[in-house]
Structure formats: structure tokens, C-alpha cells
Design a protein around this ligand. Structure first.
Ligand code: ZN
Length: 295
């Protein structure tokens, strides 16, 4: 399939808000979610739970119903990031499973904050003291909320507990699932091929993340995150927002886009702004002069 065809296929908008809300309610009512927001310590080995399989979800939207009949998924909730996983990769074991019926959808809560903690190495949960510790200034915190308020200058952390971020992740992953399922599993195939080329699954998943972030199917999925952010605001608030302001409210994107400068990235942003126009998501204060963006 040539890339332009792929792009055309992928510029499709799915009306899936009702099902996003349904999954959001399930997450909000889960014990796991409550543990995370109340900062009960979750050991690394337990930081992903199976929430439901899609056979048990009562989808209302046509595109979800269609995808469910072809490719049911298991819904995972975790704290360390979200991704639509290829059908036969077991992330925890790093093994290829055969004949598995379900694909996996992982919804990450607290993804950005956790990433800062894990990769930064400065923030650790001290299980003996039952407190969070900041290794840089040796301060301790009783709760994630306390820690976040101390991290406010690190703007990537402060929005992580907000509903629109979790809804954005759900919307994003459902779009990947529908795109993949209704278009010949091309995302799964692409990821599987990338994995075959790599000796270490762990490394390849990490590298994949950098590369795929600018692919056409990520443009499609990011529209889901943007829609949820817009839904969380009044029309006036949205119309006051600049593109740069919007990005700073989507911390995981802001983080990725800051890491490198490339033609790919500019192309990605052109595609995003084009799609935003078409979807009625381009606010009055947004300017499509990308040179104004701090990318
Ligand atoms: Zn994605």
C-alpha cells in the first residue's frame, strides 16, 4: 500500500464518544484507579491490571461494534503509559504468544508523571517510610498530589490527574484499535516486523516509540486526545488557547516533540493542523504558522 493511500484511509473520523465515556466510567470506578489517585503504593510487578475483555463491553458506536466482531481486545489499565499492543506480544514476559484470541489495549493513567519518576530516577516511593522521596532536594511527600504541586514548574506533571487526559488516552487507543482492525491489521504487522528486526524486544519497543510517533496513524489517534481536551473546556477557553498552549496541556506530546528537530515533525504538525481545521478543532486563537511553535 502506498503511503498516500494509507493517509487517505486514515483520515477518517470515528464517532465513538459514547464508548469512550463508557470505558472512562469503568476505569474511574475501578479499585486500581482509586489506589493510584490515593497513592497507595503499587509494586512494579502489579502495575498493570486486566480490566475487562471487549466481549463484556456493551459498545454503542458502530465503528466499535464492527471492530469488536473482528478483533476483540482485553483492556489493561496501568500506570506507566498506554499503547495499543500487537496481538501476540506479551509485554510483561517479552514472549511471543501463539493463538491468542485477543489483542491488548492498554490505558495508562499517570503516564507522564510516572515516566518522569522512572526515567528521571530522582523520585522514588520509599516502601518502608510509605512516602515519596525527591532524590534531588531530599524532600519527602505523603501523596502524589503533594508531589505534583511541588513539581508545578515541571509543567508536564501537573495535568496528569485530570479526567481529560485519561479520556484522551482511551479515545487515542480506541482509534488505533479501529484503524488496525478495519484496515488489515497494518499497525500490528508494522510493529511485529519492527520486532522481528530487533534482537531485544525491549529495545525495539523503545525505538519504535520514537519512530512511529510521527506516522499517519498517530495523527489520527492524536485527534482523539485533542477532542477530549476541547470537550473539557468552554468554547471561550478553547478559542483563547494557542497551539502552543494546547500542546502544554498534552504533556506526553509536548515531551516527545521537544526531543528532536526534524522534517518529519514539521510534516506531522502540518497534518495535525489540517485535520484540526477539518474537524472543527482549530480554535480562534490558534495560528498555523508553525514557526511560532516551540517544538
Ligand atoms: Zn498512539
Amino acid at each position: 500500500m502506498i503511503i498516500d493511500e494509507l493517509q487517505m484511509l486514515l483520515c477518517k473520523t470515528y464517532q465513538i464518544q459514547e464508548d469512550v465515556n463508557m470505558i472512562f466510567d469503568i476505569i474511574k470506578n475501578s479499585e486500581f484507579y482509586k489506589k493510584v489517585v490515593n497513592l497507595e503504593y503499587i509494586p512494579e510487578s502489579d502495575n498493570e491490571i486486566v480490566l475487562k475483555n471487549s466481549d463484556n463491553l456493551n459498545f454503542k458506536c458502530q465503528d466499535c461494534i464492527k471492530a469488536q466482531s473482528k478483533n476483540p481486545f482485553i483492556l489493561y489499565l496501568n500506570v506507566d503509559g498506554s499503547s495499543y499492543g500487537p496481538k501476540n506480544i506479551n509485554k510483561m514476559e517479552g514472549e511471543i504468544e501463539s493463538n491468542i484470541k485477543y489483542s491488548k489495549i492498554r490505558i495508562g493513567i499517570l503516564a507522564g508523571l510516572y515516566t518522569i519518576m522512572v526515567y528521571d530516577n530522582g523520585f522514588k516511593y520509599n516502601n518502608n517510610k510509605k512516602k515519596w522521596e525527591n532524590g534531588y532536594n531530599h524532600k519527602t511527600y505523603n501523596s502524589v498530589q503533594e508531589l505534583i504541586s511541588d513539581l508545578v514548574p515541571q509543567k508536564y506533571a501537573q495535568y496528569e490527574l485530570m479526567d481529560y487526559r485519561i479520556k484522551g488516552s482511551i479515545h487515542h487507543e480506541l482509534i488505533h484499535w479501529i484503524d488496525d482492525t478495519l484496515h488489515d491489521n497494518f499497525i500490528t504487522k508494522k510493529i511485529n516486523n519492527a520486532l522481528k528486526d530487533q534482537k531485544s524486544i525491549k529495545n525495539s519497543l523503545h525505538q519504535k516509540r520514537i519512530k512511529v510517533v510521527y506516522s499517519p496513524y498517530e495523527v489520527n489517534a492524536m485527534i482523539g486526545n485533542i477532542k477530549e481536551l476541547k470537550n473539557s473546556m468552554s468554547i471561550d477557553e478553547w478559542d483563547n488557547l494557542t497551539l502552543q498552549g494546547m500542546l502544554s496541556l498534552l504533556p506526553s506530546y509536548a515531551r516527545i516533540f521537544k526531543t528532536e528537530k526534524s522534517d518529519q515533525k514539521i510534516r506531522f504538525f502540518k497534518d495535525i493542523t489540517k485535520r484540526m481545521y477539518r474537524e472543527g478543532l482549530f480554535g480562534k486563537n490558534m495560528n498555523n504558522d508553525l514557526s511560532e511553535l516551540d517544538l
